[in-house]
Unconditional design. Structure first.
Length: 196
């Protein structure tokens, strides 16, 4: 039995109601998942910035030892970047600074009313490295030719980062020990978790 042309056209297409239901379902799924995806991307970029920074600390230490010359780690909080400071052979004159920009949406900041991530870590500013000259946004921590930060024995430096919602910290002690921290909530209390 052959179908008429009108019957065939109706059987092969979708109704407006069917298309509306599909569009509505897709819209609901997108509305539910978009905030989660956005939050996950923010967390990823913050974790990436923390890893890049801690890797740079290791690179600065290695550079100082391999060149048998002072090396430095610079933070430019105003331009949201950090980098490796190269010195001329006299050990005091900066040759150049190789900066790396922070991932999009990440800046140097710390949560309000925080406790130190580890005993002795400063909490007075987002970057505890010494200021570079008279700058209020550029900080430099120098490392000696043995790869140790040039600080008082037992001193700890801390750098705090945020994506606007959550926070991370990297601490560097006087013997070049680097630790990574995450600011999170546990048992209805905010605090630092060591993420090594």
């Amino acid at each position: 039995m052959a179908m008429s042309r009108n019957t065939r056209d109706q059987a092969s297409g979708f109704t407006v109601l069917e298309i509306s239901v599909v569009v509505l379902l897709v819209g609901a799924v997108v509305a539910i998942t978009t905030p989660r995806i956005t939050d996950a991307m923010r967390e990823y970029r913050l974790d990436m910035a923390m890893r890049q920074f801690s890797d740079l600390v290791q690179r600065v230490k290695t550079q100082a030892v391999s060149d048998n010359l002072r090396s430095g780690l610079a933070i430019d909080s105003g331009n949201r970047r950090f980098g490796l400071v190269h010195y001329l052979p006299d050990g005091t004159t900066v040759d150049r600074i190789d900066y790396v920009p922070m991932p999009q949406g990440i800046s140097f900041a710390m949560p309000d009313n925080i406790t130190a991530p580890e005993t002795g870590a400063p909490t007075g500013a987002a970057v505890s490295f010494p200021r570079y000259g008279t700058s209020t946004t550029v900080f430099v921590q120098n490392f000696n030719s043995r790869g140790f930060p040039i600080v008082a024995a037992g001193a700890i430096n801390a750098v705090y980062m945020t994506n606007g919602k959550t926070y991370r910290a990297v601490t560097v002690n006087s013997v070049s020990g680097v630790r990574k921290w995450s600011w999170s909530i546990a048992h209805d209390t905010y605090g630092w978790t060591d993420t090594r």
